[in-house]
Write a protein that binds this ligand. Structure first.
Ligand code: SF4
Ligand code: FES
Length: 239
């Protein structure tokens, strides 16, 4: 049986001087298989063309549509309205990122900074010769790297993280996942000491308070906590 749902969306434009932060309520008829993306698109089409939110793929791949839904970070395109029995969804922008407007935040600048901070590229003194076959990687190593490379940089683990709220420079589970990805990769020649220099402090691998919210909320079910623990075990041995 169809029902009416309520979407309470946060609205605020930081670029307009007298813009007031407020919640605006919209009522919608829920349809079968309705996602939050569909609901928000209907709102924009029928009631409020000014409401800002981000989407690209609508399939849980691009990582653009993260937002807080009833206090928990989620991908809006993978959130079904039927999973909220009360029929009320309160939407806020992801914390820890720069607010663009309403539900839209800039995760890109943060992710770019994180990538540079953890030097997110293969370090090797080996020059690539494209006329030769690529260097071999053992299949089980490649598999593990591919597994961690499934991260879509949605920022949900960062938004869910209590440590990040306490330590603004904390590199987050996404950053530590990236470090683990290169640590495991046999093509990367960085030593334990090099990694210690990068993330061997409280803004890195030793800052995590193991509250587990990153892994609980990651839409890609990445093994974030076990990889943080793995990096900790490796780096705690650096003299
Ligand atoms: S680790 Fe998971 S939650 Fe964090 S950015 Fe990647 S996909 Fe999103
Ligand atoms: S729109 Fe791409 S992940 Fe939701």
């Amino acid at each position: 049986m169809s029902r009416t749902i309520t979407i309470r969306a946060f609205k605020y434009n930081p670029l307009i001087k007298d813009s007031k932060a407020q919640f605006v309520e919209y009522k919608l008829e829920e349809t079968s298989g309705m996602t939050l993306f569909i609901a928000l698109s209907q709102i924009r089409e029928k009631y409020d063309a000014d409401l800002n939110f981000d989407f690209v793929c609508r399939a849980g791949i691009c990582g653009s549509c993260g937002m807080m839904v009833n206090g928990r970070p989620r991908l809006a395109c993978r959130t079904l309205t039927k999973d909220f029995p009360e029929g009320v969804l309160e939407l806020m922008p992801l914390p820890s990122f720069k607010l663009i407007k309403d539900l839209s935040v800039d995760t890109g600048v943060w992710m770019n900074g994180m990538s540079k901070r953890v030097e997110s590229w293969i370090h090797s003194d080996h020059t690539t010769d494209i006329s030769k076959l690529e260097d071999k990687v053992e299949p089980e190593v490649a598999q593990e790297v591919f597994e961690l490379d499934r991260c879509i940089e949605c920022g949900i683990c960062v938004a869910a993280c209590g440590t990040k709220l306490m330590r603004p420079d904390f590199v987050g589970a996404v950053g530590l996942n990236r470090v683990a990805r290169f640590y495991i990769d046999s093509l990367d020649k960085r030593t334990d000491e090099d990694y210690y220099e990068l993330v061997g402090d409280d803004n890195g691998v030793f800052g995590c308070m193991s509250l587990l919210a990153c892994e609980d909320n990651c839409p890609k079910n990445l093994p974030l906590q076990s990889k943080i623990a793995y990096m900790r075990r490796k780096l705690v041995q650096v003299k």
